[in-house]
Write a protein that binds this ligand. Structure first.
Ligand SMILES: Cc1cc2nc3c(=O)[nH]c(=O)nc-3n(C[C@H](O)[C@H](O)[C@H](O)COP(=O)(O)OP(=O)(O)OC[C@H]3O[C@@H](n4cnc5c(N)ncnc54)[C@H](O)[C@@H]3O)c2cc1C
Length: 421
């Protein structure tokens, strides 16, 4: 893969990664074995703390490391909500037992986790969740419905947001839990998308159970935990070099763990399981497409390729700032800026692949058609773009807060007639 260097020199760091790869990369290893070696070395997740598989590197340095992994065409660390959202959340809010239990499993890609946040009546207004978690001895019993949950059919557990107290205002009665998916109380129903995949699902929770040891933080303090998860989700939409690094999801059900890395890397469409990743979503990939269709002489296409590169680069740098803020536990609104930039990039890519490929863009099941049909997810999946603009207005621009008449009203008094209690 052609990967241009997009960060300052960092020669020593690059040399250290290359040296390590020379000694350790063997494409004939299984994905499971490679992830152990990569993650234990600290090069898999270099911005994490050294006590937890990292090297305490800055986000920018971590991008350099991932650029080198991409340049060597090696398989990157496990992909998905576990490493990108759950581990940062556990590092901040998990107790020691929870960190010991789950961080290694997720870092090595041995489990895959889903995200059970959205509900039919609680998407943008996530604090309106109605799924109830009620204590029962040293367990919690959960009832309710979640929706649009990505990759749940492949998941071992889910990050769950559920109402724990209806007598306090909506943000103050939410708990955050880790729910085991394999149990009779969890019924997953796939939703068919226009690209033919069934990447996301509905989940019906009927007396689903989880031990109290799988509660993160205090029973009513889950809102702050959820916000941290969402901040990391948005910041991850602009991962810089990680965009060009080939990664796949962990967990037994995705089926990658016992295949060789060579086999997985040879797969033409390793992205196919991730319905929200654009197959042609980087300037490098777009230039390759323009070459494939002999369109690099076209002045209009050239202008647009340069425009895509410029936006992508600005976004990458803001993304690094957003990741640094998220890591430091600050929320300055950068993640929302990055997210909106990512939406623009997705739409530019959608239009460019169609104009470059012409009639060939109409062929079903190609990387071109998939780029077009996947693009609409951007601007919804990590929170709608209108909501991100609200966040920017309030946190970056100092505009007055959106009126929220229900902010101080006990949840029990809202949504009369639909409330489960
Ligand atoms: C590909 C994809 C993957 C997803 N994966 C997951 C997942 O794994 N887990 C999960 O829990 N959820 C997931 N989601 C759901 C996603 O988080 C929600 O779709 C999103 O938060 C929007 O919520 P909603 O669909 O209920 O829309 P609504 O909240 O009903 O919004 C409808 C429209 O109203 C606008 N709107 C609402 N409130 C305001 C406001 N205050 N100001 C201005 N405009 C407003 C919105 O911008 C939007 O245009 C996924 C979604 C997609 C598309």
């Amino acid at each position: 893969m052609a990967t241009s260097s997009t960060t300052p020199d960092n020669d020593e760091l690059r040399a250290a990664v290359r040296q390590w790869l020379d000694a350790n990369w063997d494409p004939q290893r299984t994905v499971r074995a490679w992830w152990r070696i990569l993650v234990d070395s600290g090069w898999g997740f270099p911005s994490w703390p050294s006590a937890w598989f990292g090297q305490d590197l800055s986000s920018e340095e971590a991008t350099v490391v991932h650029e080198e992994l991409a340049r060597a065409n090696v398989l990157g660390p496990p992909e998905g909500a576990g490493p990108s959202m759950a581990i940062p959340m556990l590092l901040r809010f998990g107790n020691d037992a929870q960190k010991q239990r789950w961080i290694p499993t997720l870092a090595y890609g041995e489990e895959y986790w889903a995200q059970f946040f959205s509900e039919p009546g609680a998407g943008s207004d996530l604090a309106a969740v109605q799924a109830r978690a009620v204590p029962d001895g040293d367990e919690w019993v959960v009832n309710g419905q979640k929706v649009w949950n990505s990759c749940t059919l492949f998941a071992d557990r889910a990050l769950l947001v559920a109402r724990t107290d209806v007598d306090v205002p909506k943000h103050k009665g939410i708990g955050f839990f880790i729910l085991d998916i394999d149990q009779p109380g969890v019924d997953i129903r796939p939703i068919k998308q226009m690209n033919g995949l069934e990447e996301f699902n509905e989940a019906f929770l009927t007396d689903a159970r989880l031990p109290d040891a799988q509660r993160i933080g205090e029973p009513n303090a889950g809102w702050a935990v959820a916000m941290t998860v969402l901040q990391h989700e948005r910041a991850n939409f602009a991962g810089g070099g990680t965009f060009t690094l080939r990664t796949v999801e962990g967990g037994e059900r995705f089926g990658y763990l016992d295949r060789t890395c060579a086999d997985v890397l040879a797969e033409d469409r390793a992205y196919a399981n991730i319905a929200n990743g654009l197959p042609i979503g980087t300037p490098d990939a777009m230039i390759a497409l323009a070459r494939r269709f002999d369109r690099t002489d076209d002045p209009n296409i050239r202008q647009r390729l340069a425009k895509l590169h410029s936006l992508y680069e600005a976004l990458r740098l803001t993304g690094l700032r957003g990741q640094a803020s998220a890591k430091a536990g600050r929320e300055g609104g950068e993640s929302s800026v990055v997210y909106l930039g990512g939406v623009l990039v997705a739409r530019m890519c959608r239009d460019l692949v169609a104009d470059i490929a012409g009639p060939a863009a109409m062929l079903h099941g190609t990387d071109i058609a998939d780029t077009i049909t996947i693009a609409p997810a951007h601007g919804i999946q990590g929170g709608s773009e209108q909501i991100q603009r609200n966040v920017i207005g309030e946190r970056l621009l100092g505009l007055p807060r959106e009126p929220q008449v229900d902010r101080d009203v006990p949840f029990r008094d809202l949504r009369v007639g639909t409330q489960r209690d």
